[in-house]
Design a binder for this molecule. Structure first.
Ligand SMILES: NC(=O)C1=CN([C@@H]2O[C@H](COP(=O)(O)OP(=O)(O)OC[C@H]3O[C@@H](n4cnc5c(N)ncnc54)[C@H](OP(=O)(O)O)[C@@H]3O)[C@@H](O)[C@H]2O)C=CC1
Ligand SMILES: CC(=O)[C@@H](O)[C@H](O)COP(=O)(O)O
Ligand SMILES: [Mn+2]
Length: 369
């Protein structure tokens, strides 16, 4: 069987390195290029171990062939698969730049669908590119969905704050919020799991991927993250996708689909935790705040930008946990949808930029108050 070529965008991150793990374990895939940021040691290790010549990074490695952009790297290599796993709006840019030059987009960067869903889908349609989700809940729904859907349920762990007394939430610091109860992930998404902005993004991602109306997308907390998603059909059938939380499984599925070739340890059915709990309004205000704007692309772009800036400043110790909520709400409520509509991708980039500037101003006000 001919090997499928793969470019990993974000190769040095949590998803990227687990993609490398998977490709080492299952035959039939050859990594021909990677993109990364500043983790040169991890990049060098990957390129040496997998004999990868080509890379894009803002950082010079001193060996291999460096390309000047994501687009140039992917256009030159024309891989069968692009694994898109760069965080934040940078990941949106990388995703959009890569689509015209590949056959399958294995998408982890959910910000792409939050900030540019219709543009990503139009590009995939124009170039005949398969869009396969890596995000664990969306991989789950992708594997079990069929016609006659009544509703879908995405699960959440509740993040690091799920058991913290409400009165202690606001003053939480980074090290406490980074202790995710069930997954080991990058910084931003781990904080987003604690505020449940991640789950807000995932509701939007599910709407973009599967076309299920927002009112038919529920979210429940499954404390063990065993249950990844459920589909309720019109005949009353409930289909559940579950398994031990391990991102290598959805990554492998996005690579091998429609086959299932990855093998993993088998959990004991008795260990399954099937509890589905409600999402507390008081504990996760940003989740409910953001849901109001889920169908407004302008507000989604501003929310992602504000959250990205606020989380970065929270992790740097400049604002406390409550500060994230304040920054996001002030920026999003400032969006003037009547006078600014997204017509093209340049508008997306522009709104992201001005939203970041506003978020930085709000961070300064909060930090100095
Ligand atoms: N981790 C997980 O389990 C899951 C992640 N996702 C999504 O996947 C994406 C990646 O998440 P995760 O792997 O956790 O993130 P990480 O922070 O672990 O990794 C981010 C990757 O992006 C690279 N990167 C960051 N900025 C730049 C830049 N300016 N130019 C080039 N590369 C850059 C980093 O490079 P470097 O480190 O070298 O600077 C790194 O390789 C996110 O959108 C997240 O929401 C979705 C579901 C689960
Ligand atoms: C592993 C994965 O898919 C993450 O998006 C995960 O869902 C984050 O954890 P939460 O469910 O707590 O947001
Ligand atoms: Mn997820």
């Amino acid at each position: 069987m001919e090997e499928k070529t793969v470019v990993i965008l974000g190769a040095t991150g949590s998803i990227g390195t687990q993609t490398v793990d998977v490709i080492k374990k299952i035959s039939g895939f050859k990594v021909t290029g990677i993109a990364f940021g500043k983790n040169t040691e991890i990049a060098k290790k990957i390129m040496t171990e997998l004999s990868v010549e080509n890379y894009y990074s803002p950082t010079e490695l001193g060996f291999g062939r460096r390309f000047t952009s994501y687009g140039d790297l992917v256009a030159y290599l024309e891989p069968d698969i692009v694994v898109s796993a760069i965080t934040g709006f940078e990941g949106v840019k990388a995703t959009l730049a890569s689509i015209p030059f590949t056959k399958r987009l294995a998408l982890a960067t959910k910000e792409s669908l939050v900030c540019a869903g219709r543009f990503v889908k139009n590009l995939c349609k124009k170039y005949g590119v398969e869009l396969i989700p890596i995000d664990s809940e969306h991989s789950a729904i992708f594997q079990i969905i069929e016609n006659s859907v009544e509703k879908i349920v995405l699960t959440a762990s509740g993040g690091a704050v799920r058991d913290v007394p409400l009165e202690k939430l606001n003053s939480l610091k980074a090290e406490q919020v980074l202790k995710h109860p069930t997954w080991n992930m990058g910084g931003r998404i781990t904080v987003d799991s604690a505020t449940m902005v991640n789950k807000l993004f995932e509701v939007i991602e599910a709407n973009e991927l599967f076309g299920v109306p927002f009112e038919n997308i529920d979210v429940k907390i499954n404390p063990s993250s065993f249950v990844h998603g459920l589909v309720l059909l019109k005949d009353g059938t409930i289909k559940i996708h579950a398994g031990k939380p391990d991102m290598r499984v959805p990554i492998a599925y996005a690579l091998t689909y429609p086959e299932r070739r990855y093998e993993n340890e088998k959990p004991r059915i008795e260990d399954f935790d099937l509890r589905l709990l409600d999402v507390e309004k008081e504990r996760y205000p940003l989740f409910y705040f953001g849901l109001q704007y889920a169908d407004s692309l302008e507000h989604r772009i501003a929310l992602n930008a504000a959250d990205e800036v606020a989380v970065e400043k929270f992790l740097a110790g400049k604002i406390d946990f409550k500060g994230i909520e304040l920054v996001v709400k002030r920026v999003v409520e400032n969006v003037d949808k009547d006078n600014f509509r997204i017509d093209n991708i340049e508008d997306v980039f522009f709104l992201d930029e001005i939203s970041r500037k506003k978020a930085l101003e709000e961070v300064e006000k909060i930090a100095n108050s």
